[in-house]
Design a protein around this ligand. Sequence first.
Ligand SMILES: O=c1ccn([C@H]2C[C@H](O)[C@@H](CO)O2)c(=O)[nH]1
Ligand SMILES: [Zn+2]
Length: 157
Amino acid sequence: MASTLNAEERTKLIEGAFEAKKYSYSPYSKFPVGAALLANDGSIIKGANVENASYGGTICAERTAIVKAVSEGIREFIGLAVVTNVSSAISPCGICRQVIREFCPLDMPILLVPGDYPQPPPAPDSGYGEGGVKETTLGILLPDSFGPEHLELPRKS
Ligand SMILES: O=c1ccn([C@H]2C[C@H](O)[C@@H](CO)O2)c(=O)[nH]1
Ligand SMILES: [Zn+2]
């Protein structure tokens, strides 16, 4: 069964993502992104995108949050929220999906928050929830994925 977040956890994640976005360094794309991770101890770890004049050096908000957490010894996560300044729900890029895969369960809720949250109530069955938030999971975003457990499989000698 997919894991779920309670209302308090959702609020913490959404507020954390908006706070994180304030510190985005995105002079090139002018596309600020904020991410917040909820750890199993209840702590929130925030990350913003950090760009570079050598564009390939850019680090997305999601990876900033994960690397901050893991490098401080936090590795168990129960939720992630991402927000940008656009009014649609923006989904993590491919590189971030694979990095999330390393540390987060496939059924972990991922909240894609519109920049103008809260939006008016969405139409039923639109795929959007409260405030226009799209809730998904890593398993949906990255199906048939490769992960750490595959390196433990028996190998041909
Ligand atoms: O999910 C996403 C998508 C994009 N970006 C960043 C990378 C770059 O700084 C800017 C434009 O791609 O947005 C993120 O941080 N997360
Ligand atoms: Zn990314």
